[in-house]
Design a protein around this ligand. Structure first.
Ligand code: BES
Ligand code: MN
Ligand code: ZN
Length: 496
């Protein structure tokens, strides 16, 4: 879907479908909705008066102007109460309207920016949310099957009457496009089956992003990792049939004058549990165990496209976790890149292993902040639920506050969990510096203090287990890969 920006009045648009909006409780619409109502001889007011249209959030009314305006159909989307409209409300309204337009076979849709009028939202932010809602809701994965024919809307034109607001809207819309593009990158990677989205394939995608966005890229293989003493990463890769890939993308690589922000994403392309084999019934879900890596690659795509004035490094240690004659096993003692030793209790606690070496690698950039994203623990899903919020552990108040603000703005929610020292004893080992599992209780906290052993900079760990893969569709999130984290990361970086 191509996004265009146009100055004018929406009722005279050349589009086949117009989208306007209505707040709950409004009986006599003003602004663009009022202008369309007027052109339609009061048809919208009639619907309101008859109780057919209330302006409730998510509600969409369809009107047929039959020549009263150029468009074939007019959609009125409800925004709910004006006082409580948020950017998330705008994304949802935009999504509801565009999905209806798509189902009605629209080819060219014109919309106003939702919420920037009496909604009182910032015009650029509202335009971004309008575009994001439309693009994210119409995302489709090109699955390897005969697809039923679905209408793809060719063009979405944002129409704004006020010339003074056009530039802000243009900027917001461009941001929305870049961010939604990054989310699609991440969703695609999670949606690909694990025999396709191998570490090699993720590396190919990273190279492609680097070329398209002008980033520097490094792909480390087993020998490269061995030279760097990445024993923890290599232990997990030991049993993998697919070659591992330690991927590093750098935006503004040469600009050592800029503060460096490092993003780290867990890239287990399939997690069988290894020798500590998982039960079979829902094992297929572990194709999403590279959701952190997907989010980092998607965010790097958007960062490069936006040319953010920061130095941003994306690191994704990628490998399968498979049982094999060569696989690492419980009781093995492994040495990570910082020299610390790890007694393996469960080969299914593999995420923290690959992250350990990636977090050590991140230190060379003297980062202002390191943020890791990982589908790390079932315990986090037990604590916060599936598809509700990611857990955040952070050793720096300023970094935590900025991430929480970005979470609020994007509705990619984070809930703070404690980095208590008390968790550390659960991973005390008789034979190594630490164990890789602290047992059943407090499993999410234990995993975080394990990771802390490999950090010496401002750091945030986001446990996104339960967020990377959706079993139910949301307003603008289809079933499957969600791309969780991309919008959050870009919002955080933009705020710096
Ligand atoms: N990838 C899993 C965690 C996971 C579970 C992600 C559910 C998404 C949904 C991770 O590698 C894992 O197996 N964690 C173990 C850790 C345990 C062995 C200490 C877990 O949570 O059971
Ligand atoms: Mn595991
Ligand atoms: Zn895992």
């Amino acid at each position: 879907m191509e996004i265009k920006i146009e100055q004018g009045s929406i009722e005279s648009s050349a589009a086949d479908t117009l989208i306007v909006n209505l707040f709950e409780g409004v009986t006599n619409p003003g602004g663009a909705t009022g202008a369309v109502d007027h052109a339609l001889g009061g048809a919208i007011s009639d619907l309101i008066a008859g109780g057919d249209l209330k302006g409730k959030a998510g509600e969409v009314a369809v009107l047929y102007p039959r020549g009263a305006v150029g468009a074939r159909r007019v959609l009125v989307v409800g925004l709910g109460q004006a006082e409580s409209l948020t950017l998330e409300g705008v994304r949802r309204a935009s999504a509801a309207a565009i999905k209806r337009a798509r189902d009605l076979n629209a080819g060219h849709v014109a919309t106003i920016v939702h919420g920037a009028g009496i909604g009182g939202l910032d015009a650029a932010a509202a335009a971004q949310a309008t575009v994001e809602g439309a693009l994210l809701a119409t995302y489709r994965f090109a699955a390897q099957k005969k697809q039923e024919a679905v209408n793809d809307i060719a063009t979405l034109t944002i129409v704004e009457r006020d010339a003074g607001r056009l530039e802000a809207i243009r900027q917001g819309a461009a941001l929305g496009e870049a961010v939604a593009g990054g989310v699609a990158v991440a969703r695609d990677l999670v949606n690909m089956p694990p025999n396709v989205a191998t570490p090699t394939r993720l590396a190919e995608r990273a190279r492609q992003i680097a070329t398209e966005r002008g980033l520097a890229v490094t792909v480390g293989d087993r020998a490269w990792a061995a030279e760097r003493h990445m024993g923890a990463f290599l232990a997990v890769a030991q049993g993998a049939g697919e070659p591992p890939a330690f991927i590093v993308l750098e935006h503004n690589a040469e600009r050592t004058d800029l503060p460096a922000i490092v993003l780290v994403g867990k890239g287990i392309t399939f997690d069988t549990g290894g020798i500590s084999l998982k039960p079979g019934d829902r094992m297929w879900e572990m194709k999403s165990d590279m959701g952190g890596a997907a989010a980092v690659l998607g965010a790097m795509d958007a960062v490069g496209r936006l040319g953010l004035p920061l130095r941003v490094i994306g690191i994704t240690p990628c490998t399968e976790n498979m049982p094999d004659a060569a696989a690492y096993r419980p009781a093995d003692v492994i040495t990570a890149a910082n020299g610390k030793t790890i007694e393996i209790i469960s080969t299914d606690a593999e995420g923290r292993m690959v992250l350990a070496d990636a977090l050590v690698y991140a230190a060379q950039y003297q980062p202002a902040a390191v943020i890791d994203l990982a589908t790390l623990t079932g315990a986090c899903v037990v604590a916060l639920g599936s598809g509700v919020a990611a857990g955040i552990f952070c050793n720096d108040d300023g970094l935590r506050d900025r991430l929480l603000a970005a979470a609020e703005a994007t509705y990619e929610r984070l809930w703070p969990l404690p980095l208590y020292d008390d968790y550390r004893r659960t991973i005390n080992s008789e034979v190594a510096d630490m164990k890789n599992s602290g047992g059943r209780f407090g499993g999410v906290g234990t995993s975080a203090v394990f990771l802390r052993e490999f950090t010496d900079y401002p750091w945030a760990h986001l446990d996104i287990a339960g967020m990377a893969l959706a079993d139910r569709a949301g307003d603008y999130t289809p079933v499957g890969g969600t791309g969780f984290g991309v919008r959050l990361l870009v919002e955080y970086l933009r705020g710096l």
